[in-house]
Design a protein around this ligand. Structure first.
Ligand code: AHM
Ligand code: MG
Length: 332
C-alpha cells in the first residue's frame, strides 16, 4: 500500500520549501505531459512539429509541448532564475524585476522529452532534470561539474508514470495516482552491486573503441562473475536507466563514428542520472573519468556514458584506463 506522501511534502521535509516548490512544478507539468502522451493517438499530437532544434534534430510535437509547459510552469516560480533546455539554443532567463534579490536562486536544466524515436510508437519516454544554484551568470552557473547539482530527477512515462528524485541524500520514487498526485512508493533506493543486464545499441559496436568491445565480450564470457548476462535495450535513456536502477547491470553509450563525442548530453542527461546512480550506490563514468567530475564547457555538450551497478562500471573504467595507458606507451 503506497504511503500518501506527495513529492512536494517529501522534498519540503528533507530539503526545504523552495526546492519542494520546484519539484511540485515539475510534477505538475509531468502530470500533463503524461496525460498528453496517453491520449496522443486521439488528439493528433504524434509526429514532427516541423522545426529542427539546436542539436539539428527534428522536433516532435510532444517535444515542443513538454518544453513549453515545463518552461512556463518553472518560469512562474520566483526562485527559478532561468531554465536551460535541450530544445532551446541558450538559457531562458526570467524577468525577476518584481521580486527581491533573494528570490531567484535555482537554474533548472532539462531534457523535456527524452527518447524521441519512441514517441510515435507508444514506447516509454521520459523527462530528465537537474537543479543547480545560481551564482552570478546563468551560463557560468550551469557550466560546473555535476558534483555541484543540488537535486536531480526523471519522470518515466510508461505503464505507470514514475518520478525518481534525489536531493543529495538518497533516492526516492513517486508514482502518479489517479488524482494526479505523485505519491511516495520507494525510498532509500539502492542499485544492486552487480546485475543481470547489459544495455547498449550494439549496432554501433564496430565503431566503439576496442576496449568497450572487449569489455562486453568479457561480460558475456562470465569474466566478471555473477549470473549470465542478458541484453535489454529500449532506446529511451530514462527507461533503460530505470531498469538498471531497479535490477542492476550496465548501460553503455560509448562514442562512435556517428557521434564522436558520444550521443548523450552531459548537463541534462548524464549528470542528473549520474547523481541518482551514485546516490543509489551505483556509478557513472565517461570511460576513464567519473561523470560528476567532468567540467562542462558548453551547455549542449555530449559525452560517452557508462552507468549502472558499481561492479560493471568500475570494470569498464579500469579497462578503458588500461587501454589508454597502453596506447600512450605505444605512442612513445
Ligand atoms: P533524444 O534526446 O533525441 O531522445 O536522444 C537521446 C536518446 C536516449 O534516450 C537514448 O539512450 C539514445 O538516444 C538512443 O540512441 P540510439 O537510437 O542511437 O540507440
Ligand atoms: Mg534526450
Amino acid at each position: 500500500m503506497a504511503k500518501t506522501v506527495t513529492v512536494e511534502e517529501y522534498v519540503a521535509a528533507s530539503a526545504g520549501v523552495q526546492l519542494a516548490e520546484v519539484f511540485g512544478a515539475i510534477a505538475g507539468a509531468a502530470r500533463e505531459i503524461e496525460w498528453k502522451i496517453r491520449l496522443a493517438g486521439l488528439s493528433d499530437v504524434y509526429g514532427a512539429f516541423g522545426a529542427v532544434n539546436v542539436q539539428g534534430e527534428q522536433q516532435q510535437k510532444l517535444d515542443v509541448f513538454a518544453n513549453d509547459l515545463l518552461t512556463q510552469t518553472l518560469g512562474a516560480l520566483p526562485q527559478v532564475a532561468a531554465i536551460v533546455s535541450e530544445e532551446d539554443e541558450g538559457p531562458v532567463v526570467f524577468d525577476r524585476k518584481g521580486g527581491t534579490d533573494g528570490d531567484a536562486k535555482f537554474v533548472v536544466i532539462f531534457d523535456p522529452l527524452d527518447g524521441s524515436s519512441n514517441i510515435d510508437v507508444n514506447v516509454n519516454v521520459g523527462t530528465i532534470f537537474s537543479v543547480v544554484r545560481l551564482h552570478g551568470d546563468v551560463v557560468a552557473s550551469v557550466l560546473k561539474p555535476g558534483t555541484e547539482q543540488v537535486a536531480a530527477g526523471y519522470v518515466l512515462y510508461g505503464p505507470a508514470a514514475v518520478l525518481v528524485i534525489t536531493t543529495g541524500s538518497g533516492v526516492a520514487a513517486f508514482t502518479l495516482d489517479e488524482d494526479g498526485k505523485f505519491l511516495l512508493t520507494a525510498e532509500a533506493m539502492k542499485m544492486p552491486e552487480q546485475g543481470p543486464y547489459y544495455s547498449a545499441n550494439e549496432a554501433n559496436a564496430a565503431s566503439w573503441p576496442a576496449a568497450y568491445r572487449e569489455y562486453l565480450l568479457g561480460l558475456l564470457r562470465g569474466e566478471l562473475g555473477g549470473n549470465a548476462y542478458s541484453a535489454r535495450y529500449i532506446g529511451s535513456l530514462v527507461a533503460d536507466f530505470h531498469r538498471t536502477l531497479l535490477k542492476g547491470g550496465v548501460f553503455l553509450y560509448p562514442h562512435t563514428d556517428k557521434a564522436p563525442q558520444g550521443k548523450l548530453r552531459l548537463l541534462y542527461e548524464a549528470n542528473p542520472l549520474a547523481m541518482i546512480a551514485e546516490q543509489a550506490d551505483g556509478a557513472a563514468v565517461n570511460g576513464a573519468t567519473r561523470i560528476l567530475e567532468v567540467q562542462a564547457e558548453r551547455i549542449h555538450q555530449r559525452t560517452p556514458l557508462v552507468i549502472g551497478s558499481r561492479r560493471e562500471v568500475e570494470a569498464l573504467q579500469k579497462a578503458v584506463q588500461k587501454a589508454a595507458l597502453k596506447d600512450a606507451g605505444e605512442a612513445k
